[in-house]
Design a protein around this ligand. Sequence first.
Ligand code: CAA
Length: 350
Amino acid sequence: MQSVHGGRKVAARRDHVTADLPSRARLSESSRSRFDARRHIMAFFTHHVCRGLSSSAVRNVAIKHLTVIGGGQMGAGIAQVAASTGHSVTLVDTNGEILKKAVKGIEGNLKRVAKKKFSDKPESGEEFIQKALQNVSTSTDAAAVVQGSDLVVEAIVENLKVKQDIFSGLDKLAPAHTIFASNTSSLSITDIASSTSRLDRFAGLHFFNPVPVMKLVEVIGTSATSQETLDCLLNFSKVLGKTPVSCKDTPGFIVNRLLLPYIIEAIRMYERGHGSKEDIDIAMKLGCGYPMGPLELADYVGLDTMKFIMDYWSAANPENPSFAQSESLNKLVAEGKFGKKTGEGFYKYK
Ligand code: CAA
């Protein structure tokens, strides 16, 4: 395994997982099944080698083992998806109880996936669940497990200082080739990365909730992230079965920069009495084909998270009306009504 450091002059790139395979359509039936088996093995059994051509040399790094920091909904979801695509994952949280809950949640979600994927073969479903669970271990000590990691993905509270402290500590312990990535929804990747000495191997890797279901991953590069690192993360996302998009390190990247002002405007419409919350949600579901209405989605994302992001952005851009404060959001958060996770937000949940 080699380092992914290097320049940005990438003359030619290819998807290393499948680039050497012939077109499937031209193969006979038996060759096709060998082709599929080979592709499956390549994707799922860690022959995922990320390649980039720098001006001086070809550099490879294989993501076989990852450490996920944060046992909340996002961290557990990332761990689940990585484990079920054949990666070995250590899920880290300082709280052992959170880790227990996370593993239980992963097991439950794997059952949902298996039920759908192996509806006519329950024994294959059980095998899938057990294999994925075997790939997950937990730890309360990131420093003790990071030495074996090719990738560290952080999915903890949206607090710049806390994220910087974690990465700064791990930077001294992780191998040189290890890529660091933050799943932050709103903070600057450049700011988080500045606490480390591996700026070329630092990027954003932003997943969406629920991670096992949502197909998108935003891969965010700073001005210092190397092309090899970005290529590696783009390919890794594909191996996870996701569709990655490349983003600049701008507030909210692509999705949240559009989604949050939309949700906040819906909340303001509700405050102004333009429609009931139910009608606003129904309107966007049936009028635009969205799976959830904006207020329902705010509850799902978490009103505390929404408020944190809006406060952070409005402090940085006080003149931007899209980021202005919302009275009802502030009130609900002050009352501890964070949405679905606390049982009440704009709506009540059993
Ligand atoms: N793990 C595995 N599978 C899951 C799951 C999970 N955690 N949650 C749901 N599913 C599966 C279900 O098993 C079900 O599968 P089938 O259709 O095969 O039966 C499917 O997803 C649909 O689930 P449900 O029937 O329970 O419920 P639903 O149809 O109402 O869908 C939903 C739920 C997938 C969450 C859907 O409402 C949806 O897509 N909502 C929008 C979510 C969204 O916009 N997420 C982005 C939030 S923004 C964000 O995350 C970024 C940020 O930084 C703030």
